[in-house]
Write a protein that binds this ligand. Sequence first.
Ligand SMILES: [Zn+2]
Length: 160
Amino acid sequence: MFPLARQLPAADVHLRALKIHGGGCPLCAGRGPVDVRTSYRTWSAVVLTHWSSRRQISCRGCGIRAQLRGIAWSALLGWWGLPLGPLVTPIQIVRNLVAMLVPDPQAPSAALAWQASLLLAQERLAQARGPGRAAHAERCRRPDGPDNPAAASSAPAVLE
Ligand SMILES: [Zn+2]
C-alpha cells in the first residue's frame, strides 16, 4: 500500500487531508481542526527504560488530553530506572508541553497528508479488487466491523 500511497495525485491527497482537517473529531465528534496529534510517554523499571510516541487523529482538545495523560504517566512511572529514567522522563514531559503549546497550523500537517494518502490508497485498492471486496474492506475498516481483528483492542483513530 505504501508505494501506491506515494503515487496518488497530490491534489486528491490534499483534498482528502482538507476534508479530514475540516471535519469533526473522530474521538469526541467535536469541532476541528482535526490533525495528527502526538503524545509522548516513558516508563522505567530498575535498569530498563522504555519511551514511545503515540499518534492520533483528533481535535486539539483530545490531543491535549492525550498529552496530559502522557505527562502524568511519565511523571509517575518514568523515573524508576537507571541510568536513563531520570534523563528521558523530563524530555518526554517537555515534548508533551511543547506539543500542547505549539499553535495549530491553519492547513493540514504533512503527517495528516500522509494519513490521507494511506486512506486513499486503501480505498483505491479495495475498488480495484471489485465491489464485493470493497464492501468487505469497508466492513473491516469500521471499528465495530465483524472482521476487524483490531476492533476489540484499539480505536480506529489511534495510529500507533
Ligand atoms: Zn476530539
